[in-house]
Write a protein that binds this ligand. Structure first.
Ligand code: HEM
Length: 75
């Protein structure tokens, strides 16, 4: 659901975007700088994960988030 500097994944339209390139890049390489999600501004730092989790693990996490969470909240 997000909290403080951490934006929500549930209900976030970026999570269910048909093009998953930005989503995958965010988890692989992290991101920082201003972003507005569901009308709320964030400007935090997400760490990169590519050194700690395999591509298969990232794919599994993102498949779970895109299907089990967000689809239910936005449909
Ligand atoms: C594997 C689990 C995670 C996933 C799938 C994930 C996914 C994302 C995504 C997709 C965004 C961008 C939102 C958008 O583009 O609409 C984001 C932003 C962010 N994440 Fe994560 N994240 C994860 C774990 C974490 C963790 C553990 C932290 C903190 C240590 C974190 C901190 C942040 C922060 C601070 C932002 C906002 C960055 C900014 O303001 O520019 N994330 N995350």
């Amino acid at each position: 659901m997000g909290n403080g500097p951490y934006p929500p994944l549930a209900g976030n339209p970026d999570i269910v975007a048909p093009d998953t390139a930005n989503l995958i890049a965010t988890v692989l390489y992290g991101r920082s700088g201003p972003i507005t999600i569901l009308g709320h501004a964030f400007s935090g730092v997400m760490p990169a994960w590519h050194d700690q989790v395999t591509n298969a693990e990232i794919a599994a996490v993102l498949t779970y988030v895109r299907s089990a969470w967000t689809t239910q909240h936005t449909s």
